[in-house]
Design a protein around this ligand. Structure first.
Ligand SMILES: C[S@@+](CC[C@H](N)C(=O)[O-])C[C@H]1O[C@@H](n2cnc3c(N)ncnc32)[C@H](O)[C@@H]1O
Length: 282
């Protein structure tokens, strides 16, 4: 846990941090990353499908996934590019790469995995037909450097696709607006760049990419289990009470609201993932 996290009361003693920089990416929202990412992949299936469609994984293509986690998207793409193609996944977290390699073993698809950082990709210039990075840039101290690196390894004419949440736009169905704003702002400050979604377009343009487009994609979390699974909402409210960000009566009111909505047929929370795309000129 960093001293900054301690000072801001973000994580209780002994609980891991989850900023996602080298060394602390094995947990996300304080939970083991492997299970977290599998559950998120189900919730975000529409986002993944849209990225896949835009990457156009035709036979023979060479594609890269940066911050590939468990390797789910790499294996899916590799099945489509076929034996004449190639898909590489990189992640800074060695345990993620071990997991991804284990999942790829025996599948027969042209997928490979490497431990590497988005800041220094071990590939020559103009190497890939398309590059994706999903929910990775939100964790980076230097997003601009990483996006320039994604563009560097993309072939002229190739596509760079970057998708991240805008954590300033989560809307849980809760009545107490002030407490809700307080807890959400505090909780998502745990992410290094909570508002990165709205910055992606500017970052892609700054990296020299052309025809930059942005598509906000809705994320609907139907029921508190789905909201907790992706955003840790109940933990956020509980911990906000524990560290004094919210007084106990406000924690009880929010928790009571959630229980009431669930009993009424379902608590709802929604938000947005921003999908930004650009083409490398040349
Ligand atoms: C929220 S996970 C998303 C994983 C995957 N893209 C998916 O959609 O399931 C973010 C991933 O980015 C990785 N990551 C964080 N910083 C990185 C860096 N500097 N270089 C490469 N990967 C990084 C983390 O280890 C983690 O696996």
């Amino acid at each position: 846990m960093t001293s900054e996290a301690t000072a801001r009361g973000r994580a209780a003693d002994g609980e891991p941090g989850w900023k996602g920089e080298p060394g602390d990416t094995s947990t996300l929202l304080g939970r083991p990353a492997v299970g977290y990412l599998d559950a998120a992949a189900d919730t975000l299936a529409a986002v993944k499908r849209e990225i896949l469609h835009r990457l156009a994984p035709e036979p023979g293509r060479r594609l890269l996934d940066v911050g590939c986690g468990n390797g789910t998207d790499v294996l899916e793409l590799a099945a489509r590019v076929g034996p004449s193609g190639e898909v590489v996944g990189v992640d800074v977290n060695e345990r993620a790469i071990e997991e991804a390699r284990a999942r790829g073993t025996g599948t027969g698809v042209p997928a490979s995995f490497l431990t590497a950082s988005a800041y220094a990709l071990p590939f020559p210039d103009d190497h890939f037909d398309g590059v994706r990075a999903e929910r990775m840039v939100q964790h980076l101290a230097e997003p601009a450097g990483a996006i320039t690196e994604l563009a560097r390894v993309t072939k002229p004419g190739g596509r760079v696709l970057v998708a991240d949440p805008d954590h300033g736009m989560w809307a849980p169905d809760l009545a107490d607006r002030e407490s809700t704003r307080t807890v959400l702002t505090w909780w998502f400050e745990n992410i290094r760049n909570p508002w990165i979604g709205r910055r992606l377009s500017g970052l892609l343009r700054a990296a020299g990419l052309a025809e930059v487009q942005v598509k906000p994609m809705p994320v609907v979390l139907d029921g508190i289990a789905a909201a907790d699974g992706l955003t840790g909402l109940s933990d956020a409210i509980r911990r906000a009470g524990e560290v004094g960000v919210l007084p106990p009566e406000r924690v009880s009111a929010l928790t009571g609201d959630i229980a009431e909505r669930e009993a009424d047929g379902g608590f709802l929370m929604y938000g947005v993932i921003i999908l930004a795309e650009g083409r490398k000129e040349g």
